[in-house]
Design a protein around this ligand. Sequence first.
Ligand SMILES: NC(=O)C1=CN([C@@H]2O[C@H](COP(=O)(O)OP(=O)(O)OC[C@H]3O[C@@H](n4cnc5c(N)ncnc54)[C@H](OP(=O)(O)O)[C@@H]3O)[C@@H](O)[C@H]2O)C=CC1
Ligand SMILES: CC(=O)[C@H](N)C(=O)O
Length: 252
Amino acid sequence: MKIAIVTGASSGMGREFVKQISRLYTGLDEIWVIARRRERLTQLQEESMYPLRTLDGDITDPKFLEEFAYLLQATSPDVRMLVNAAGVGSNGTIADLAEINDRLQPEMVRLNCEALLEMTQKVLPYLSEKSRIINLASGAAFCPQPGFAVYAATKSFVLSFSRALGRELKKKKIYVTAVCSGPVATEFFASDTMKIVAWKKPFLADPNAVVRKALIDSGKRKKLSVYGGSMKLVRILTKILPIDFLVWIMGI
Ligand SMILES: NC(=O)C1=CN([C@@H]2O[C@H](COP(=O)(O)OP(=O)(O)OC[C@H]3O[C@@H](n4cnc5c(N)ncnc54)[C@H](OP(=O)(O)O)[C@@H]3O)[C@@H](O)[C@H]2O)C=CC1
Ligand SMILES: CC(=O)[C@H](N)C(=O)O
C-alpha cells in the first residue's frame, strides 16, 4: 500500500499539502492525515481524490505515537511522502511568555522539534527509494529572533535536522526538503499568544503558493524551499551580515 502522511493536516499548509498531493501525485492508495481536530480532517475527504485515513490525536502524546507505530507495523505501508507540518508559535519575550504560561515554550519545543523527530523516526523504516520528507521549518530558522526566540530556535533545529537527515538518507535515494518561508496567511496567527507584527503583514504569502513551490522543490530534490524574493534576500543577508548585527536588527 503506497501512502503519503501529512501532520498538521487540519488547517493551513498541512491541509493545502493534502489537497495538492491528491491532485499532483498518481499511484497512492491512501493519504494519512494527522491533527487533533477530527471534524476538520473528516471534511478534508471532500477535497481529496484519495481515501484519507484520519488519525486524530496529539502528536506530542506518547500514547498517540505508540498507536501510530503500531498502525505502521500492522499495515507495513510504502510511505512515498512524509510531510511534517504540525507546529505552533508564540511571540513575546521569553520572560513574558513564561509569565503567561510556563508550559507554552516547553510545549512548543516538544511539538516543533521532539514530535517532528518522533514522527520521522517512526516512519523512516517505511520509506523506500525516491520517497520524500518535507519538513516545515521557516525563514525564522535563518537567524535568532529576540521576541520570537523559542520559535526561531525550534525552526533552526528543523532546518539543521533536515539538512543532516537528507545527507544520511542520500544513499537510500530518499530526499529531504526543509520549507523556509516568510509569514503565510494561516490560522497560525490566530492564537492569543501569536499576533502578526505590523511590518510582516505586507509579506503574508498564500499557503497555496508556498505549498506548490515546496512540492515542486521536493520533486527537484532541493534541500531548501524558500518562497518569495524577500525571503531569498533575507537568507542571503543572514549569511553575510555579522550575527550580532542581525540579532540587534531582529530585536528592534
Ligand atoms: N504561517 C506561517 O507564517 C508559517 C508557518 N510555518 C510552519 O508551518 C507549519 C504549519 O503552519 P500553518 O499551516 O501556518 O499553521 P496552522 O496553525 O494553520 O496549522 C498548524 C497545524 O498543526 C496542528 N497541530 C498543532 N498542534 C498539534 C498537536 N499537538 N498534535 C497534532 N497536530 C497539531 C494543527 O491541528 P489541530 O489544532 O487540529 O491539532 C494544525 O493542523 C508549522 O510548523 C509552522 O511553524 C513556517 C513558516 C511560516
Ligand atoms: C511564522 C513563521 O514561521 C514566519 N516565517 C514568520 O517569521 O512570521
